[in-house]
Design a protein around this ligand. Structure first.
Ligand SMILES: Cc1cc2nc3c(=O)[nH]c(=O)nc-3n(C[C@H](O)[C@H](O)[C@H](O)COP(=O)(O)OP(=O)(O)OC[C@H]3O[C@@H](n4cnc5c(N)ncnc54)[C@H](O)[C@@H]3O)c2cc1C
Length: 455
């Protein structure tokens, strides 16, 4: 048997703990539990007028609202069916990085170098804008500006090398290659080979950040309403009439930003996205045990199609996400699935307690790009950000705010990625079958590389 490299041997020597039963009840959404006191906004009652009405209080809606305020448009109303950031924006992994759900290679093939690079750059600028807003407004959102590691689940480094070269040569973006021995110093798992490190990335508490955006927009004059689902949308002269459960907004311009939670206001808009669930859980505080697992503050995801994504939280908990499905699952089911995934990567955490588990809905277009732009005169759209939405929703907010406030035509850069029907309900079956197929392909590759059982 060949000798193990020293770091690998050291990891294997970490004592395994015996599994212990869960002792405390499972709660949902760690972010809600730790966001502090949030003043509820009123529900809209009766008719009001506004220049712009934004429907949906996730990152897409909130970034548009703040972008409008920053451009001097203050007569804005934002209505949210539930609570601000109730959807994906208040439930996500908290990774803030450039790019879109559609990979850079596909973007390049679709648009050519210049246009692909310009669209990619919008998300890099968005990462910078998020940093700048956090700094300028002293936003307390547990921001950890320590980069993101893309860890290779497979032994073959070709994928890493190819992506590193593509990003450098075509997109002017440098990701650093991290050899296996170095990776194992910081991520103490035998599961991975090498990795790429994306320095220009951070992670944060997305709900605290979203609520801070909402407060800033509100200070700028935006009127925010919660528990106010838009129930109908109709033309009203040159503008729009948005009916809500107990009121109505008359507005010159309307922005639809409802993500995977489908507003049911325009059939063509809803038909263009598939709501897809993904899951997150948070462990108990690990204290000194964190050191047995991670010695980096970077966030991590892996190279499989159905990848794990995780990051250390400031209170020494581990946030762990993964899986995609057409099924929304109960917290107990999410915990069962994700704990199994976590223990495949970090068996040394056997027995760890899970305190929170939840699921959220992403919105996916068939082309895996966001749909940003004008559906018809005065009706704007920002949806379909998939699992890669924190920076792109920020970019969308900038593009739409500039279009509405200044007539900026930049939104047309997204015109190739329009409203293509997802063919529901057959689309759900197609998505689930594709997921299983790609998951099986990854398991097959791992098996071929001699790691039977890796999936
Ligand atoms: C579990 C999970 C993990 C993720 N991890 C990451 C990550 O780490 N990094 C990353 O970049 N991206 C991640 N994503 C993706 C990212 O969170 C989303 O792309 C982004 O938050 C989408 O924002 P949104 O505003 O379009 O949608 P949402 O945040 O879903 O907001 C839509 C809002 O519209 C409201 N709404 C719907 N219908 C109506 C109506 N009729 N009237 C009024 N309001 C309505 C909903 O209640 C909801 O609050 C993740 C997503 C999930 C679900």
């Amino acid at each position: 048997m060949p000798a193990l490299p020293t770091v690998q041997a050291a990891i294997i020597a970490i004592p395994r703990r015996r599994a212990k039963p869960l002792t405390s009840p499972l709660s949902e959404n760690y972010y809600r539990a730790t966001a502090g006191q949030v003043a509820p906004r009123p529900a809209l009652r009766g008719p009001i007028d506004a220049q712009v009405c934004i429907i949906g209080g996730g990152f897409a809606g909130l970034n548009t609202a703040l972008g409008l305020v920053e451009r001097g448009v203050r007569d804005v109303v934002l209505i949210e069916a539930q609570q601000l950031a109730f959807g994906a924006s208040g439930r996500n992994g908290g990774f803030v990085f450039g790019g879109y759900s559609r990979g850079e290679g596909a973007l390049l093939a679709d648009l050519g170098r210049e246009r692909a690079r310009a669209l990619y750059q919008r998300t890099q600028d968005a990462v910078e804008l998020i940093r700048a807003r956090i700094a300028r407004h002293a936003i307390d959102c547990d921001a950890t500006d320590a980069g993101v590691l893309w860890a290779n689940w497979f032994r073959d480094p070709t994928l890493l090398r190819q992506r590193q070269r593509l990003l450098s040569e075509q997109f002017g973006t440098e990701w650093t290659f991290v050899p296996r021995a170095e990776l194992r110093q910081s991520v103490r798992s035998l599961r991975y080979a090498d990795a790429l490190f994306e320095r220009n990335a951070l992670h944060f508490h997305p709900l605290k950040y979203a609520l801070a955006l909402a407060a800033l927009a509100e200070q700028g004059g935006v009127r925010l309403y919660e528990a106010t689902p838009a129930t109908a949308l109709a033309r009203d002269g040159a503008g729009w009439r948005v009916r809500t459960a107990q009121g109505e907004v008359r507005a010159a311009q309307v922005v639809l930003a409802c993500g995977g939670y489908l507003a049911r206001l325009r059939r063509q808009v809803d038909a263009a996205v598939l709501p897809i669930a993904t899951y997150v859980m948070v462990t108990e505080p690990l204290g000194a045990r964190m050191d047995e697992v991670l010695r980096t503050r970077a966030a991590i995801y892996d190279t499989r199609f159905a990848f794990d994504y995780y990051r250390p939280l400031p209170d020494s908990r581990l946030l762990w996400g993964g899986r995609i499905s057409v099924l929304d699952r109960s917290p107990a089911a999410v915990q069962r699935l994700l704990l199994g995934d976590l223990l495949k990567v970090f068996p040394q955490l056997a027995g760890v307690r899970v305190d929170y588990a939840w699921s959220g809905l992403m919105s996916y277009a068939r082309h895996e790009m966001p749909q940003i732009g004008q559906v018809e005169p005065g009706l704007w759209l920002a949806q379909a950000f998939g699992g890669h939405g924190v920076a792109p929703t920020t970019a969308a907010g900038e593009v739409l705010a500039a279009a509405i406030a200044e007539g900026d035509p930049a939104w047309r850069e997204y015109a190739d990625y329009g409203l293509v029907s997802t063919l529901k309900p057959i689309g759900f079956l197609g998505a689930q079958l594709t997921y299983w197929w790609l998951q099986a392909r990854d398991a097959w590759q791992a098996w071929r590389e001699g790691r039977a059982g890796a999936d």
